[in-house]
Design a protein around this ligand. Structure first.
Ligand SMILES: [Fe+2]
Length: 278
């Protein structure tokens, strides 16, 4: 089975469509979203409508959780709350009903899919787990691979039964060792925080165990203008923008370095403290 795993689309229709345009010719058997389909971007309703129309399975992200349980919005910072409110106001009754159906996790074919950290956390970030907790989770896990999002940064963590490794998550193919357990961070389609501009996602072939990391260009300026026109805080447009890089957003001068180890615990992004609503 060939899977495409998308995370943190965040209402960015241009990025989402660019990813779908790449996926569609590839004979993918199943597309799974890791949640946070809404918020920050200008087109939350259009993104959810497209996900629904294509029967793309999704788990619950923290932005969807806030739709279901408004008290969880207290976890978001004021800027994220404002962006979330604009997204929420867009949502149709059908999209709200769809959000009500989202599970905290999906398990299929020995793989787990969850927004934050396994087994089922919507809010915890991978980088918040000390190594001993990470090992406990991997040791208890029945699945060999767990896909997560939430940090908006690509990453590959592996455990061979003895020690944890944070492997390079360069663009292109990585063959997963069947003797190890993995946590794969699929990055973000619509609000990348890894210092590069492209929409990130991963493909996984369950037979060959090849994980392919992708970064797709899309019309960033179009999305930026729509964010500003919608009254969404401009920082969420700035984070996508060429030439501007506030709060750890993408820096267009940086390319995804194939030799760089994408270690979620070493992001250095001060805006990612607990409570930013990411
Ligand atoms: Fe997110």
């Amino acid at each position: 089975m060939k899977l495409a795993v998308l995370s943190d689309i965040h209402g960015n229709l241009e990025a989402f469509q660019a990813v779908l345009d790449v996926i569609d010719p590839l004979s993918i058997d199943r597309v799974i979203s890791l949640g946070d389909n809404i918020g920050y971007g200008p087109d939350s309703e259009a993104v959810v409508a497209k996900i629904r129309n294509r029967n793309i399975a999704s788990v619950l992200g923290n932005h969807e959780m806030a739709v279901r349980k408004k008290e969880t919005l207290a976890w978001f910072n004021p800027m994220a709350q404002k962006a979330w409110s604009i997204a929420k106001a867009q949502l149709s009754d059908a999209s709200l009903a769809w959000i009500d159906t989202l599970p905290r996790y999906i398990v299929t074919r020995g793989l787990r899919f969850v927004h934050g950290v396994p087994p089922d956390s919507v809010f915890l970030y991978l980088f918040q787990l000390p190594e001993n907790k990470l090992i406990q989770k991997l040791a208890k896990s029945d699945e060999s691979v767990c896909f997560v999002g939430h940090t908006h940064e690509l990453g590959i963590i592996s455990w061979d039964g003895t020690r944890i490794e944070k492997e390079k998550a360069s663009l292109g193919g990585h063959t997963l060792d069947p003797g190890k357990k993995y946590i794969i961070n699929a990055g973000s389609v619509g609000q990348p925080r890894d210092g590069t501009l492209g929409a990130k996602f991963v493909l996984f072939d369950t037979q060959t165990r090849v994980l392919t990391v992708k970064s797709i260009e899309y019309p960033v300026e179009k999305t930026r203008k729509k964010i500003i026109a919608a009254g969404i805080p401009e920082m969420y447009a700035d984070r996508l923008a060429p030439g501007r890089n506030p709060s750890g957003g993408p820096d267009p001068s940086k390319k995804l370095d194939p030799s760089k180890t994408l270690d979620p615990s070493k992001s250095g992004d001060p805006s990612r403290d607990k409570g930013n609503g990411q």
